[in-house]
Design a binder for this molecule. Structure first.
Ligand SMILES: Cc1cc2nc3c(=O)[nH]c(=O)nc-3n(C[C@H](O)[C@H](O)[C@H](O)COP(=O)(O)O)c2cc1C
Length: 169
Protein backbone atom coordinates (compact mmCIF):
# COMPACT_ATOMS: atom_id res chain seq x y z
CA UNK A 1 0.00 0.00 0.00
CA UNK A 2 1.08 3.56 -0.71
CA UNK A 3 2.65 5.00 2.46
CA UNK A 4 0.60 8.22 2.44
CA UNK A 5 -2.59 6.26 1.94
CA UNK A 6 -1.64 4.09 4.94
CA UNK A 7 -0.84 7.09 7.16
CA UNK A 8 -3.94 9.04 6.18
CA UNK A 9 -6.17 6.01 6.67
CA UNK A 10 -5.26 5.46 10.33
CA UNK A 11 -7.96 6.73 12.68
CA UNK A 12 -8.35 6.70 16.44
CA UNK A 13 -10.77 3.84 17.08
CA UNK A 14 -12.96 3.92 20.18
CA UNK A 15 -15.29 0.96 19.45
CA UNK A 16 -13.97 -2.58 19.12
CA UNK A 17 -15.21 -6.01 18.11
CA UNK A 18 -14.98 -8.80 20.65
CA UNK A 19 -12.63 -10.70 18.28
CA UNK A 20 -9.30 -11.55 19.94
CA UNK A 21 -6.12 -10.17 18.39
CA UNK A 22 -3.71 -12.86 17.19
CA UNK A 23 -0.46 -12.97 19.22
CA UNK A 24 1.46 -12.98 15.94
CA UNK A 25 -0.02 -9.57 15.07
CA UNK A 26 0.71 -8.18 18.53
CA UNK A 27 4.31 -9.35 18.14
CA UNK A 28 4.59 -7.65 14.75
CA UNK A 29 3.41 -4.37 16.28
CA UNK A 30 5.91 -4.74 19.14
CA UNK A 31 8.67 -5.51 16.65
CA UNK A 32 7.82 -2.31 14.76
CA UNK A 33 7.95 -0.35 18.02
CA UNK A 34 11.35 -1.86 18.88
CA UNK A 35 12.79 -0.63 15.57
CA UNK A 36 11.87 3.00 16.09
CA UNK A 37 14.70 5.54 15.97
CA UNK A 38 15.91 6.95 19.29
CA UNK A 39 18.45 9.52 20.44
CA UNK A 40 21.92 7.89 20.43
CA UNK A 41 20.04 4.62 19.85
CA UNK A 42 19.45 4.41 23.62
CA UNK A 43 15.96 2.88 23.23
CA UNK A 44 14.66 4.29 26.54
CA UNK A 45 11.48 2.24 26.50
CA UNK A 46 9.82 -0.92 27.74
CA UNK A 47 6.52 -2.35 26.56
CA UNK A 48 3.68 -3.83 28.57
CA UNK A 49 0.81 -5.74 26.94
CA UNK A 50 -2.44 -6.19 28.86
CA UNK A 51 -5.16 -8.61 27.77
CA UNK A 52 -6.76 -9.40 31.12
CA UNK A 53 -10.35 -8.08 31.09
CA UNK A 54 -10.46 -7.15 34.78
CA UNK A 55 -7.28 -5.12 34.49
CA UNK A 56 -8.54 -3.41 31.32
CA UNK A 57 -11.76 -2.51 33.10
CA UNK A 58 -9.77 -1.07 35.98
CA UNK A 59 -7.65 0.97 33.52
CA UNK A 60 -10.88 2.31 31.98
CA UNK A 61 -12.03 3.37 35.45
CA UNK A 62 -8.75 5.11 36.24
CA UNK A 63 -8.45 7.00 32.93
CA UNK A 64 -11.19 9.62 32.44
CA UNK A 65 -10.89 9.66 28.63
CA UNK A 66 -10.22 6.01 27.77
CA UNK A 67 -13.39 4.08 28.51
CA UNK A 68 -12.76 2.12 25.29
CA UNK A 69 -9.87 0.12 26.82
CA UNK A 70 -12.47 -1.96 28.65
CA UNK A 71 -13.72 -3.08 25.22
CA UNK A 72 -10.52 -3.39 23.17
CA UNK A 73 -9.15 -6.91 23.67
CA UNK A 74 -5.60 -5.61 24.10
CA UNK A 75 -4.03 -2.56 25.72
CA UNK A 76 -0.47 -1.62 24.81
CA UNK A 77 1.32 0.35 27.55
CA UNK A 78 4.54 2.07 26.40
CA UNK A 79 6.87 2.86 29.33
CA UNK A 80 9.63 5.45 29.25
CA UNK A 81 12.89 5.24 31.17
CA UNK A 82 14.41 8.66 31.98
CA UNK A 83 17.46 6.95 33.51
CA UNK A 84 18.38 5.72 30.04
CA UNK A 85 17.84 9.09 28.36
CA UNK A 86 16.77 11.97 30.64
CA UNK A 87 16.14 14.37 27.74
CA UNK A 88 14.57 12.22 25.03
CA UNK A 89 12.83 9.34 26.83
CA UNK A 90 9.38 10.73 26.01
CA UNK A 91 9.90 11.64 22.37
CA UNK A 92 11.72 8.37 21.63
CA UNK A 93 8.96 6.31 23.21
CA UNK A 94 6.33 8.33 21.34
CA UNK A 95 8.04 7.37 18.08
CA UNK A 96 8.03 3.70 19.08
CA UNK A 97 4.35 3.99 19.97
CA UNK A 98 3.46 5.55 16.63
CA UNK A 99 5.32 2.75 14.82
CA UNK A 100 3.24 0.27 16.84
CA UNK A 101 0.03 2.09 15.81
CA UNK A 102 0.87 2.36 12.12
CA UNK A 103 1.79 -1.32 11.97
CA UNK A 104 -1.46 -2.21 13.71
CA UNK A 105 -3.34 -0.21 11.09
CA UNK A 106 -1.48 -2.00 8.28
CA UNK A 107 -2.64 -5.28 9.87
CA UNK A 108 -6.27 -4.04 9.82
CA UNK A 109 -6.29 -3.40 13.56
CA UNK A 110 -7.49 -0.21 15.22
CA UNK A 111 -5.74 1.74 17.97
CA UNK A 112 -6.38 4.78 20.11
CA UNK A 113 -3.79 6.65 22.15
CA UNK A 114 -4.84 7.89 25.60
CA UNK A 115 -2.21 10.06 27.24
CA UNK A 116 -1.03 9.22 30.76
CA UNK A 117 2.41 10.69 31.45
CA UNK A 118 2.26 13.60 33.90
CA UNK A 119 -1.42 13.12 34.73
CA UNK A 120 -2.93 12.85 38.20
CA UNK A 121 -3.86 9.21 37.50
CA UNK A 122 -0.45 7.98 36.27
CA UNK A 123 0.46 6.89 39.81
CA UNK A 124 -2.66 4.74 40.15
CA UNK A 125 -2.05 3.12 36.77
CA UNK A 126 1.53 2.33 37.79
CA UNK A 127 0.29 0.75 40.99
CA UNK A 128 -2.31 -1.35 39.17
CA UNK A 129 0.27 -2.69 36.70
CA UNK A 130 3.13 -3.07 39.25
CA UNK A 131 5.33 -0.69 37.26
CA UNK A 132 8.60 0.25 39.01
CA UNK A 133 8.96 3.82 40.30
CA UNK A 134 11.69 4.88 37.86
CA UNK A 135 9.54 4.27 34.76
CA UNK A 136 6.83 6.56 33.34
CA UNK A 137 3.63 5.46 31.63
CA UNK A 138 3.58 7.39 28.37
CA UNK A 139 0.07 6.30 27.39
CA UNK A 140 -2.36 3.45 27.21
CA UNK A 141 -3.09 2.36 23.66
CA UNK A 142 -6.23 0.40 22.83
CA UNK A 143 -5.70 -2.34 20.24
CA UNK A 144 -8.29 -4.49 18.50
CA UNK A 145 -10.43 -5.06 15.45
CA UNK A 146 -12.41 -1.85 14.74
CA UNK A 147 -16.17 -1.73 15.13
CA UNK A 148 -16.50 1.75 13.65
CA UNK A 149 -15.40 3.80 10.67
CA UNK A 150 -14.19 7.29 11.48
CA UNK A 151 -13.13 10.42 9.70
CA UNK A 152 -10.75 13.17 10.72
CA UNK A 153 -9.37 16.44 9.46
CA UNK A 154 -6.04 18.22 9.50
CA UNK A 155 -4.95 21.83 9.24
CA UNK A 156 -4.08 22.84 5.68
CA UNK A 157 -0.43 22.24 4.79
CA UNK A 158 0.18 25.78 3.53
CA UNK A 159 -0.90 27.25 6.88
CA UNK A 160 1.76 25.16 8.66
CA UNK A 161 4.69 25.28 6.30
CA UNK A 162 7.44 27.85 5.89
CA UNK A 163 10.14 27.59 3.26
CA UNK A 164 13.75 28.61 3.93
CA UNK A 165 12.82 31.20 6.57
CA UNK A 166 9.88 31.61 8.93
CA UNK A 167 7.02 33.49 7.33
CA UNK A 168 8.06 32.79 3.72
CA UNK A 169 5.43 30.83 1.82
C1 LIG B 1 -0.74 12.55 23.09
C2 LIG B 1 -2.15 12.10 22.71
C3 LIG B 1 -3.09 11.95 23.70
C4 LIG B 1 -4.38 11.51 23.38
N1 LIG B 1 -5.27 11.27 24.39
C5 LIG B 1 -6.50 10.78 24.07
C6 LIG B 1 -7.41 10.43 25.11
O1 LIG B 1 -7.11 10.53 26.30
N2 LIG B 1 -8.61 9.92 24.76
C7 LIG B 1 -8.99 9.78 23.45
O2 LIG B 1 -10.11 9.32 23.19
N3 LIG B 1 -8.13 10.10 22.42
C8 LIG B 1 -6.90 10.58 22.71
N4 LIG B 1 -6.02 10.87 21.69
C9 LIG B 1 -6.42 10.68 20.27
C10 LIG B 1 -6.67 12.01 19.56
O3 LIG B 1 -7.90 12.55 20.01
C11 LIG B 1 -6.70 11.78 18.04
O4 LIG B 1 -5.43 11.30 17.62
C12 LIG B 1 -7.03 13.06 17.27
O5 LIG B 1 -8.34 13.49 17.55
C13 LIG B 1 -6.92 12.88 15.75
O6 LIG B 1 -7.76 11.82 15.31
P1 LIG B 1 -7.17 10.58 14.48
O7 LIG B 1 -6.16 9.87 15.37
O8 LIG B 1 -8.35 9.69 14.15
O9 LIG B 1 -6.52 11.12 13.25
C14 LIG B 1 -4.74 11.28 22.01
C15 LIG B 1 -3.76 11.44 21.01
C16 LIG B 1 -2.48 11.83 21.35
C17 LIG B 1 -1.43 11.93 20.27
Amino acid sequence: MDVLQLLKGRRSIRKYLNTPVEDEKILQCLEAARWAPSASNKQPWEFLVVKNKMIREKLAELHPYAKFVAQSPVVFVPLTNPKIHPKYHKSDTALATLQFMITAHALELGTCWAGVIGTSFEKEIKKLLHIPDHLHVLAIIALGYPDQKRESTRKELDTLTHWESYGLK
